[in-house]
Design a protein around this ligand. Sequence first.
Ligand SMILES: Nc1ncnc2c1ncn2[C@@H]1O[C@H](COP(=O)(O)OP(=O)(O)OP(=O)(O)O)[C@@H](O)[C@H]1O
Length: 249
Amino acid sequence: MQELIRVEQLTCRHGAVEALSGISFSVAAGDYLGIVGPNGSGKSTLVRALLGLMPSYQGRISLFGQSRENFTAWQRLGYLPQNLGPLNPAFPATVFEVVQLGLLAGKGLPRRLCRQERQQVQELLELLGIDHLQRRMIGELSGGQQQRVMLARALINNPELLVMDEPTAALDPEIRDRFYELVARMNKNKGTTVLLVTHDTGTIGQYASRMLYLDKKVLFFGSFDEFCHSPEMSVFFGEHSQHLICHRH
Ligand SMILES: Nc1ncnc2c1ncn2[C@@H]1O[C@H](COP(=O)(O)OP(=O)(O)OP(=O)(O)O)[C@@H](O)[C@H]1O
């Protein structure tokens, strides 16, 4: 099985704060890795380090078999951050344009979408319940609507690796469920590798095949089933432990 991510002895600091201390793990193609840990345990720092957004770190990171410093094939990844932050209301693009950019990015010369690609964008907008907004300017939409547009943009070009940091915090439950079902289908049918940082035990329980439990260090790394039987799981999830297991069975 191809190894998509390898992290060895990674240490990251924000100024004087050590957010991650010597962590190591790897992710194989097709894994669905749930990343959990208490607030401030370094989950977002890890995601940022993987994506090249930390100015410096110690240790080694490789992506798709290449060291992160030499890695340039960012179009193979889709990234969904926790929230977008405030968008300029005058940002000059419609919902449809923002999503189609996901398909055109990395394809070289500017070109137009073919009919089949337009259909693909249309279907994804429908699935995420934003087809009626496709001609609206993205800056005019609510936070949850903007987040749905960014979900569509990240999924439209079928990334091989999808990295998500609490991507559905602003979404209503029905759309959240539809989104996770779609990601699960991509994982199962296309072998898309998924990294999901979340506090949502239900989603983790339902979909993750492997677990990384962090608190500055790695407290647990292994299969979901091993995690379910580990003492770490009951310590972390406490009264929610049954919830986690119930979702799987
Ligand atoms: N930009 C920053 N400047 C200074 N300290 C930071 C910065 N970002 C994160 N930290 C600190 O690094 C540690 C890890 O933060 P991080 O955001 O990675 O945790 P997290 O596990 O994603 O938390 P949460 O579950 O609350 O989102 C925390 O102690 C946090 O205060």
